[in-house]
Structures are given as structure tokens and as C-alpha cells.
Design a protein around this ligand. Structure first.
Ligand SMILES: Cc1ncc(COP(=O)(O)O)c(C=O)c1O
Length: 400
């Protein structure tokens, strides 16, 4: 067998992609599986956005583009940052990549050296630590546990910052917990970061549009303008406009970092898909009225799922303020045995037995750095969610 690159030895395949793939394989084998493991809205991409892509094809907009995106999209991104986040940035200070994931990858690859550290709150989105490791640097973790609503406190942030810290990654609303930082909480973290001028901030705002109740989305460059010159503010159309397959993410940030990212992109993907870029122009400039409708649907599903899970003995679920995930504790259930005879000692064994025996795909909390939990995505139909809750309850009630 061919020997693979040593770099690959430093990382694991994405656990969320892995579980979703296993669920798809089971469906192909004719098994009845409800997959609540993937992080994508179940809505179709809105018609006016699809039409913009069709027009782009018909008009021959099917060639290479500028590396960092067509100027029309960078204009739309700058307008979005001003409209929604009160960030006054020039279009030239905006950058487009093939998904938010590629933007984060580019930013870390373009800036990190061996010995550098990146502070990541636990629980984290699965890709952050492995991208840091791929870039040859070291992830340093700070625990944001259930007691603090899965949010990092300023004290815990300060404890892990060192001379080597290059980045602090902040994701609000959060994948996997849905935790959403208020402007005041961001200000408090910002006060710590003010004292460490070598630290850059990567603000992953991909779930910006999904904030519920009376809560308001805020982003750190807006709340702490003095930090804006060292903040990379990341967003994308995947989650907001149900465009996960189109692969468009965007950001604004320090000019030298964006130049480094463009250099990297010029030698990897060249540019994000031209047709998707034209669709994203329409997504950002066109009608936005469906966003509040979708938000209401998600909020209703969140309430149903949280109530349903808390009705199950042994499951303890906080009500998150954003995104489309819940991250309940199942610690009490560990040590019990399933109907299928599986002794369940870890969250991973819990989700695997649940998938095998009752056909619901979830992701174990340890994949996000916090054992004893699972992540459930409620970006699924009401009927699927109700059936999944019934199956999870049956599985848990039958644990002996
Ligand atoms: C926290 C977070 N950031 C970034 C991304 C990247 O999304 P995309 O590459 O589809 O823009 C995701 C997707 O799951 C995510 O959950």
C-alpha cells in the first residue's frame, strides 16, 4: 500500500461526515434511519437564487473568476457586513472561498507556523482542531461547560492565552451547542483580548441568521471596534440561505491575511464556482423575507425537541438561543445495557447503539471535545423529529 503523507497522521476524518455517511449506507441497505447528524437546513434553496444561477449559466458566466471572488459578490458582501453588522469595510477587504470551511482552512494555513497556538473553546466544531494541526500548529482548549451555558468565561480565556497564541476562534451561535454570546459577553471577552495584541480573532458567524426569542446576534468586530483590525469575520450562505451544496463562504479581515489566503487559493481551487458566486450575489442582495419564516420554523422545532428530550428520563437538555442543534447530557445513562445487549459506557457507544438498534443518527459529544453528550440537529421535518424523539425515548427507557 502507498505510504500517505505524515500530515494525515495528525488528523482524524470528520466524525459528523462519518456518522452521516454510515446513516446513508444503512438507508441504501433498506434500513429505516432518521439522520439528525448533519448540519444543514432541510429547506430547498429559494427559487430566486436558483434562477440567478440559471441566468449565470445562460449568460456564459462559466469561466475562471478573480481568485478572491467576482467584484459583484465582494460588493454584496461589503454591503451585507454594513447592513447586518455595522462593519464598514471596503469590497477589496472582502474575500470569497468555496464555503466557510475553506475560508477557515485558508486563514489558518496562511498564518500558522510550528509552535503557534490557537485557542479553541470546548465544545468545538469538529474541524477547528484538525485544521490547526494540519497547519502544523497546536490547538489549546478552554472548557465552556454546561454550567456556563456552554459559553467561555473571560477568566477561562485568559488562563489559556500564552505568548504563542496566534488565534482565538469564537463561534456564535455555536455548533454543536447553539450557545449564543450576547454583545455584553463579547465585550467581556474583548476586554481580555485587548491585553494581548498578538492574538487574532476568528469570528465564525455562519449561524448568524438563526438566533431565537428576544436574543440579538452580535459579532466581536462590531462590539469591540478596537479589535476589528485583528479580527477575521467569517460568514457564508450555506446555513442562512440553505445553500450548503453551492459552497460559498466569505469574510473580511486584515489585508495581509487576505493576501496570504488569496495566494493559497490561487494555488489550490483558483476561485469558488462562478455560477455559485452569481447565486450568492442574489442571496445577499435579493429578498430576505424568507429568513424570518425559516427562523420561526426552527424555533418551533427547537422548543419541541428540547421538551421531548427533557421528558426522557436520563437526558438533560439546555435550551439553546441559536443555530439548529441541541447538545444534551446523557451522563446518567452511561453504564447501562441496551435491548440489543450492548453495554454502553461512552457517548460514542450510545449513538452507535441507538443508530444500530433504533435507527436514529446523532453525533457523540466527544467528537466535539465534550464526552457524555450527543448533538442532535433539528434541521429536519416535524414528522421526522417526532418519530426520532419517540425512538430515542424507547431506546433510553429500555436501557437496563
Ligand atoms: C461552525 C461552522 N463553521 C463553518 C462551517 C462551514 O460551512 P460551509 O463550508 O458550508 O460554509 C460549518 C458547517 O458545518 C459550521 O458548522
Amino acid at each position: 500500500m502507498e505510504k500517505l503523507a505524515d500530515t494525515l497522521g495528525r488528523i482524524a476524518p470528520s466524525a459528523t461526515v462519518g456518522i452521516s455517511q454510515k446513516a446513508r449506507e444503512m438507508v441504501l441497505q433498506g434500513r429505516d434511519v432518521i439522520a439528525l447528524s448533519a448540519g444543514e437546513p432541510d429547506f430547498d434553496t429559494p427559487e430566486h437564487i436558483k434562477q440567478a444561477a440559471i441566468r449565470a449559466i445562460e449568460m456564459g458566466k462559466t469561466k475562471y473568476t478573480n481568485v478572491a471572488g467576482i467584484s459583484e459578490l465582494k460588493d454584496a458582501v461589503a454591503a451585507k457586513f454594513l447592513r447586518d453588522n455595522n462593519l464598514n469595510v471596503r469590497a477589496e477587504a472582502c474575500f470569497v472561498g468555496s464555503g466557510g470551511k475553506q475560508i477557515i482552512f485558508n486563514a489558518l494555513m496562511a498564518t500558522l507556523n510550528r509552535g503557534d497556538e490557537v485557542v479553541i473553546p470546548i465544545p468545538y466544531w469538529v474541524s477547528y482542531p484538525d485544521m490547526v494541526r494540519l497547519a502544523g500548529a497546536t490547538p489549546v482548549f478552554a472548557h465552556a461547560d454546561a454550567q456556563s451555558g456552554f459559553k467561555l468565561t473571560p477568566e477561562k480565556l485568559e488562563r489559556v492565552i500564552s505568548k504563542q497564541t496566534k488565534w482565538f476562534i469564537l463561534n456564535s451561535p455555536s455548533n454543536p451547542t447553539g450557545a449564543t454570546y450576547s454583545a455584553k459577553e463579547l465585550e467581556q471577552l474583548g476586554a481580555v483580548l485587548e491585553r494581548y495584541p498578538q492574538v487574532h480573532i476568528l469570528s465564525d458567524d455562519i449561524y448568524e441568521q438563526l438566533v431565537y426569542g428576544g436574543n440579538k446576534f452580535a459579532t466581536i468586530a462590531q462590539v469591540c471596534p478596537t479589535l476589528a483590525s485583528r479580527t477575521l469575520t467569517l460568514n457564508g450562505v450555506s446555513k442562512s440561505h440553505s445553500m450548503t451544496g453551492w459552497r460559498i463562504g466569505y469574510c473580511t479581515g486584515p489585508e495581509n491575511i487576505l493576501l496570504g489566503m488569496a495566494k493559497l487559493q490561487s494555488q489550490s481551487t483558483t476561485n469558488p464556482c462562478s455560477i455559485s458566486q452569481w447565486a450568492a450575489v442574489e442571496a445577499l442582495n435579493g429578498a430576505q423575507d424568507f429568513l424570518s419564516e425559516w427562523r420561526n420554523v426552527f424555533q418551533r422545532r427547537r422548543d419541541m425537541v428540547v421538551a421531548g428530550l427533557n421528558d426522557i428520563e436520563g437526558i438533560d437538555c439546555l435550551t439553546p438561543d441559536g443555530a439548529f442543534y441541541v447538545f444534551p447530557s446523557i451522563e446518567i445513562l452511561l453504564g447501562r445495557t441496551s435491548v440489543g445487549g450492548q453495554l454502553i459506557t461512552t457517548d460514542e457507544e450510545f449513538v452507535l447503539a441507538l443508530l444500530e438498534e433504533n435507527g436514529v443518527a446523532l453525533v457523540h459529544g466527544s467528537a466535539f471535545g465534550l464526552a457524555g453528550h450527543f448533538r442532535l440537529s433539528y434541521a429536519a421535518s416535524d414528522a421526522q423529529l417526532k418519530e426520532a424523539l419517540t425512538r430515542i425515548a424507547q431506546f433510553c427507557d429500555a436501557l437496563a
